[in-house]
Structures are given as structure tokens and as C-alpha cells.
Ligand binder design. Structure first.
Ligand code: FES
Length: 546
């Protein structure tokens, strides 16, 4: 019985009448529209407008839309500050808050509008828990900025700080770049975490191919949002719920998409967390195995020279589907939320004549291996190397150990890091940080100074980060992982072909160090971060809190 017809729900009806709903509206399917709008950053600025267009599409297709909001944390604005500790934690809060709204208001279906990095994984986790027919709408990338006759993104901004420290740029140059790097609303403008997650939403089957690619400020985005309102009604009719969409096959395709587009290391955490919520077995080593088979075919920064807008103009993720299907790299036994098959998506893909952004698998941008999972004496439970399609290599060097990001950044700025060092940044893990801060200020400074070093941390990296970076080291230092026992001058060896990260210290010496080690003080005592420290698990399991 609908709320319009249940005699005992008259008090509830009175509030719906107060909102302008009619009896007929109450009899229609109730579609939740979860927006992650915040006015604190450009990434999600368009969400309220998009929500209105989704609502219009829902109404036209016979549903009753109900909008609600949740939070979002800007990675770029919090980077290099204590505020970055809130970033990964926000994924859990987004998931929990959308889930709670879904449980409370019992929507028949949901559209989740996502943008900045943690919003997509948080939303997918919630949709999976609720398991009602659902569509994800990615609000879209920012256009690249223009500075000194070249396209620039936030990546150039961070690397400019390193270039300033070696005298290649002045502070005036950096300030001028800051005024030009980000021209308007949208997510960071290349294949960083947000756009990587958009690709995952497409390839998982939760977002209609061709919608997420449209940049945030393109007029076509509002039309696409209306279409999403219609698609969710169709998904409701077809019962396209996440438990039918998120499967072992669709997760395989999502991992392939990360590899093929040179995506962010954060995707490893998020894929593991999504799989866990969906009840689909996925281990961190599965991600390595799949990435190992897929070359980088989309030349988007940081793997290539192009922006996300360039990828959209070239043909977008639909064109990437065509390339990957042609090479037999995708599983076709999947359900897409708009009812199409992958073959139909590939067939409908348009390719801009002469485009150079999306290559073929036979002649890729870079070889296989966007990401690799290493294990070894320094990371018994695994860690993630941003391989970026580089050929196999061995890197061996003396450890330079820092407890926390700030100490490391100060040493880099003071020119105390030299070529060949293995820079260790520890006590930045899920519990020890807490919140696994991203080390973009450090990687940007290292790249800007042109240093040939390796960086190893139990924290994370921004999708912007590149160079020889290894994160998510597990177990983390705070929980007594071997990273806690490293001392300055110890030899650390990275072997990408063998997939190993080893600390070359005599086991007896390590045993002595382990006995002398004691866990540092709890990093926080109160509030949401303290709750997080008490509940968060290993990065190798997705750093989930249940
Ligand atoms: Fe929001 Fe980059 S900081 S997408």
C-alpha cells in the first residue's frame, strides 16, 4: 500500500502535502537523488543544478524525485594539511549517510550524483548496501587551464612548487599559474582519482557510458542529467539493482579500465571496498594480475599529455570500450544500467577524426602495468606501485626515514634529499595518520626538483602523483608493520618484475628493533577520527570500517 492510501500514514502525508506533493505523486515510484554538492570546492559545484535536471527527467518518466545532500571533502584544498586526514574518512561518511537516507526514506530507486574523489566510491558502497535500482551520474571534469601557451591542470600547479624550490620558477610565476590553472567548475582535469572513478562507474555498469565524460561546464551535461532521470526509471522497471550489476565480471572490467587509462592508485582501495560491499571476492593481487595484462591506451595525464576534455572530444570511455573489446580484454557477460550491451556501446562510440588520445591495444601509449602490487619483507600484506606502464626496473638505495609528511616535505624543500634515496614516510596509514593522507605535496616537490628517488609510504598518493611512488604499505607502521623498523641508511630494494619490496636488514637485527619498538601515542583521542582509528582495517583490504 502506498503512503497515499495507508490510513495510518496520514501524518506522513501531511508533510508531503506541505512540500507540494499530490496524492498521485505519492503513488508514483519514489526516486532518491543523492547529491554530493558542497560550495567549498569547484569539483561538485554543479550538483544542485544537475539534481534539478535529473528530477525533471524522473518526473517526465513517471517518478517522484526527492533530493538530498551529503558531504564531500576536497583533496586538493586539504592536501599537505591536517585537513587531508578527513579525505578517506569522508568516503565512509558519504556511504553511511546515503545508506541512512535510503533506509529511512525507502526510495524505490536512487540516482547518486558524484564528483570529487571520495564521492563515487562512497556512493557506490551505499548503493550496494541498499541494493535498489541505481544510477551514478558523474558531474564531470574541469576544462584544462591555459598558461604560457600550454594546457595546464592541477598537476602543473603542484609540480610548480618543486620547480620554485630549484629556481626554475619564481613565486610570481607560481601565483600567476594559480590564477590560470583551474578555469571553472569540475573535477581535476585529467586521469586523476575522480576521473579514474568515473571510468570505474562506467565499466562497472552503474553509470551510462557517454555521460560521465561530458565536462562539467558543457551545455550537454544538463541534457545528460535529464536522460539519467529517465534511465533510472527504466532501471527500476528492469530491476537493475547493484547486486545484478556489480559482479566478478564487471569488477574485472573496472580494473581493466583503470589499467587502460593509467588511473590512480586510490582506485585499488576503492575497488576493494566496493567489492566487499557487493559481496564479490576480490583480493589486492587480483588487481595486479589484471593490470599486468592491459596496456595504457588512453594518453591522458599523468600517463600521457592530454586532458580529460581531450579524451571526451576524442570519443570518451565508449571509444576505450571499443579498443578493449577489439582486443578481447573485457568480459561481456555484464549488465549495464541503461540496458545496453558493451558491444552496443562500442558500436555507438564516435571517434573524432585524427584524434591521438585513444590508441589501440596493439599500438598503445605505454606498455602493460599501470599499477602493480608488490609484497616482500617491507610489505608482507602488500603495497601499490604506480608503475605507469614503465618497463621493468630494480631500484635500490639507502632509506631516508620520516615520521609524517610534514618532516619529509621540509627536508625536500631544504634540498636534503638526493638522487638514489629511498624516501620513507610512515605513520600515515589508515589508523596511524589517521586517514592515509595523500602525499602530493611531496611527490610534486620531488618531481619539480627532478630527483631520481623512490618514495615508500603507508599513506596514499593523489592521482596527480607520478614518479617511483609506492603507497598503501601494509601492515602500516602504526600497527607494527616492518615500515616502523626501518632506520636511516638501511638498504631498500624495489623489483618491479619480481613484484617485491624488500628491506635488506639482518633478521636478528630486525628482531631487536621490533622488541624495542613501541606504538606511538594514539594520533587522535576524540571525534570522528578517533572512531575511524578504532574501526578501520588494512589498506590491503580497502581500508574499510566494517
Ligand atoms: Fe576534487 Fe580533484 S580535488 S576532483
Amino acid at each position: 500500500m502506498s503512503i497515499a492510501d495507508d490510513p495510518d500514514r496520514a501524518p506522513a502525508r501531511s508533510h508531503l502535502y506541505a512540500m507540494g506533493l499530490t496524492d498521485e505523486d505519492m503513488r508514483r515510484p519514489k526516486i532518491g537523488i543523492a547529491s554530493t554538492w558542497t560550495g567549498t570546492m569547484p569539483c561538485n559545484l554543479t550538483h544542485r543544478e544537475l539534481a534539478a535536471h535529473v528530477a525533471e527527467g524522473v518526473r517526465q518518466a513517471g517518478g517522484t524525485p526527492m533530493e538530498f545532500n551529503t558531504i564531500a571533502v576536497s583533496d586538493n584544498l586539504t592536501m599537505g594539511t591536517p585537513g587531508m586526514r578527513a579525505s578517506l574518512v569522508s568516503r565512509e561518511v558519504i556511504a553511511d549517510s546515503i545508506e541512512l537516507m535510503g533506509r529511512a526514506h525507502q526510495f524505490d530507486a536512487i540516482v547518486a550524483i558524484v564528483g570529487c574523489d571520495k564521492t563515487a566510491p562512497g556512493a557506490i558502497m551505499a548503493l550496494s548496501r541498499l541494493d535498489v535500482p541505481s544510477v551514478v551520474l558523474y558531474s564531470g571534469s574541469m576544462m584544462p587551464g591555459r598558461w604560457r601557451d600550454r594546457d595546464v591542470t592541477i598537476q602543473d600547479m603542484w609540480e610548480a612548487l618543486g620547480e620554485r624550490s630549484v629556481g626554475k620558477l619564481t613565486q610570481d610565476d607560481v601565483d600567476d599559474l594559480a590564477r590560470h590553472a583551474c578555469p571553472g567548475a569540475g573535477t581535476c582535469a585529467a586521469q586523476y582519482t575522480a576521473n579514474t572513478m568515473s571510468g570505474i562507474c562506467d565499466f562497472l555498469g552503474l553509470a551510462p557510458f557517454g555521460v560521465g565524460d561530458i565536462p562539467a561546464v558543457a551545455p550537454a551535461k544538463n541534457d545528460a542529467a535529464r536522460l539519467v532521470g529517465e534511465i533510472v526509471m527504466d532501471a527500476l522497471a528492469r530491476d537493475a539493482r547493484p547486486s545484478r550489476v556489480i559482479t566478478e565480471a564487471s569488477l574485472h572490467n573496472a580494473i581493466v579500465s583503470v589499467a587502460a587509462m593509467g588511473g590512480s592508485t586510490n582506485s585499488v582501495l576503492h575497488l576493494l571496498a566496493i567489492a566487499r560491499e557487493a559481496g564479490v571476492p576480490l583480493a589486492i593481487d587480483d588487481i595486479d594480475r589484471i593490470c599486468h595484462q592491459v596496456p595504457i591506451v588512453a594518453g591522458v595525464k599523468p600517463a600521457g599529455p592530454h586532458s580529460a576534455a581531450d579524451l571526451w572530444r576524442a570519443g570518451g570511455t565508449s571509444l576505450v570500450v571499443r579498443r578493449l573489446l577489439d582486443a578481447g580484454l573485457l568480459r561481456e557477460d555484464v549488465v549495464l544500467v541503461d540496458g545496453r550491451t558493451l558491444a552496443e556501446v562500442a558500436g555507438e562510440a564516435r571517434e573524432e577524426p585524427g584524434q591521438e588520445v585513444v590508441r589501440t591495444v596493439a599500438a598503445p601509449v605505454k606498455g602493460p602495468g599501470a599499477l602493480a602490487v608488490l609484497r616482500g619483507s617491507l610489505a608482507p600484506d602488500g603495497c601499490v606501485l604506480k608503475l605507469g606502464g614503465k618497463p621493468d626496473f630494480v631500484f635500490s638505495g639507502p632509506a631516508r626515514v620520516f615520521d609524517g609528511e610534514e618532516a619529509c616535505f621540509a627536508a625536500i624543500q631544504a634540498r636534503q634529499i638526493i638522487d638514489g634515496d629511498v624516501v620513507i614516510v610512515r605513520y600515515e596509514g589508515p589508523a596511524g595518520g589517521p586517514g592515509m593522507r595523500e602525499m602530493l605535496s611531496i611527490t610534486g616537490a620531488l618531481v619539480g626538483q627532478g630527483l631520481d628517488v623512490a618514495l615508500v609510504t603507508d599513506g596514499r598518493f593523489s592521482g596527480v602523483s607520478h614518479g617511483l611512488v609506492i603507497g598503501h604499505v601494509a601492515p602500516e607502521a602504526y600497527r607494527g608493520g616492518p615500515l616502523a623498523l626501518v632506520q636511516n641508511g638501511d638498504t631498500v630494494v624495489v623489483d618491479s618484475a619480481a613484484r617485491t619490496l624488500d628491506l635488506r636488514v639482518d633478521p636478528a637485527e630486525l628482531d631487536l628493533r621490533a622488541r624495542a619498538w613501541s606504538r606511538p601515542e594514539r594520533p587522535v583521542e576524540r571525534g570522528v577520527l578517533a572512531k575511524y582509528v578504532a574501526t578501520v582495517g588494512s589498506a590491503s583490504d580497502g581500508a574499510v570500517t566494517i
